[in-house]
Design a protein around this ligand. Sequence first.
Ligand code: CDP
Length: 238
Amino acid sequence: MSVEKQSELYSGKAKTVYKTDDPARLILHFRDDTSAFDGQKIEQFSRKGEINNKFNAFIMEKLAAAGIPTHFERLLSAQESLVKHLEMFPVECVVRNISTGSLCRRLGVQEGLDLEPPVFEFFLKNDALHDPMINEYHICTFGWASMEQVERMKEYTFKINDILKSLFLGAGLLLVDYKLEFGDYQGQVVLGDEFTLDGCRLWDVETREKLDKDRFRQGLGGVVEAYEEVARRLGTPL
Ligand code: CDP
């Protein structure tokens, strides 16, 4: 079934979203841009858009096969995918299995601790406010989502943790932390946005080498090479 790309709906830091002739479907275009520190550091990496598009498709299909409702429908081209048009909740769901990043900065805890149980955090999607941390009461009180939707987001986020931790461990990778976004599709909570190496941290299980966007944040180099290495280990078709 063919789908016609129409006007741009929204352009984010690494993806542009287009309307289609079907109001219930959108096209995601994964660009080569990478940004960090609230968009203060931006760089283009050739092939990154294509790698992220294909990696996201691979992960979304694994999650769907394990019973998680996702917006992903199919790959359209090297850098584009067709997705369901969700009404996004303006919140980010973060799960942490190992301490690092903002958790350590905020709470002064040591880096690299195994977190058991894993830590769950909500953040408000608001660049001007630098995505402040919030809890379920803020979400319900301000109408960003209902308590039932909050519970569903937590349930799916933890289920995804079990699925992906074991998928990555099988490829010699530790899933350190990750961020997910959900939306409403015809009354159901559905996983939206993306799961790529831009939004998670993956470390080599033996050496703890960083194989994710921290290579860009920290100026370590080899960003695209690391993304390709992860895809290769998982058998993601690129
Ligand atoms: O990146 P930073 O250390 O500031 O934030 P974090 O809270 O430690 O990030 C936790 C996880 O969520 C990391 O895997 C980030 O890549 C991801 N994240 C994201 O993808 N987008 C955000 N706006 C915030 C976090």
